[in-house]
Design a protein around this ligand. Structure first.
Ligand SMILES: O=C(O)c1cccc(C(=O)CC[C@H]2O[C@@H](n3cnc4c(=O)[nH]cnc43)[C@H](O)[C@@H]2O)c1
Length: 214
């Protein structure tokens, strides 16, 4: 099995690498921060490979929706959703799906996602399977957090790359999963409250479980 792991930035990649250990099944590429960089870099890596990948794993830190995923916990995506891709209306929001311009939702390798969450839980980690949002603008207010939670019931995490990488993978027919470790709460921006170190430790622990599950 040949697996491509994509993270936004190097500290996330390093955490995953520490967890996986030396394992020739896994290759790494940086996506960059944000949906556009992630889509382009994902598409390039997947197009340039001589031997096709069997799986793309999107991994990194994320904001967690209060009451759904606390800091230091893990979210394995049940679906990857571009939550702000659409048009703002005077009385709400219409997604690309509503407008008939495509889809804002990408399916994951659901069986693998469920097995991974079960294995993470069995290993004593706080993990759940739930929708993971991709946003162009990281949420910075309670009002936006509430809007997103209402738009996608059950959403547990938001990050900025998943939908871009998953779109590239879907175009090549490569299955995808997304694993996020929660570094901060989705809501009023308070950078001092981010617990990046805790999230990277959780990501490392999750990666060692991932190596066993695959
Ligand atoms: O400063 C560091 O040491 C450091 C280490 C690892 C990662 C970072 C980042 O800033 C990564 C940015 C990345 O994180 C995702 N993220 C995290 N929290 C949120 C959020 O509340 N809303 C949206 N995205 C979030 C996102 O995918 C960014 O690409 C720094």
């Amino acid at each position: 099995m040949r697996v491509l792991i994509m993270t936004a930035v190097a500290p996330e990649r390093d955490a995953v690498q520490r967890g996986l250990g030396h394992d020739s099944r896994f290759e790494f590429a940086l996506a960059g921060v944000g949906l556009a960089a992630a889509a382009v870099n994902g598409a390039m890596v997947l197009a340039e490979t001589a031997v096709p990948y069997d799986l793309v794993v999107i991994a990194g830190i994320a904001g967690g929706f209060p009451g759904q995923a606390e800091i230091g916990s893990l979210v394995v995506a049940s679906e990857i959703i571009a939550a702000d891709l659409g048009v703002e209306l005077l009385d709400g929001f219409s997604s690309l799906d509503d407008l008939g311009f495509g889809s804002t939702r990408i399916s994951v390798a659901a069986d693998l996602a469920e097995r991974l969450t079960a294995a993470l839980t069995a290993a004593g980690l706080d993990a759940r399977t739930a929708p993971v949002l991709t946003v162009a603008t990281a949420t910075g207010t309670a009002a936006t957090a509430a809007l997103l939670a209402e738009r996608v019931p059950g959403a547990a995490a938001e990050a900025m790359e998943g939908f871009g990488i998953a779109t590239a993978a879907a175009l090549r027919g490569v299955p995808v999963i997304e694993i996020r470790a929660i570094s901060n709460a989705v809501g009023p921006r308070d950078r001092d409250a981010w617990r990046i170190g805790d999230a990277l430790k959780a990501l490392e622990a999750a990666s060692s479980v991932l190596a066993e599950v695959l």
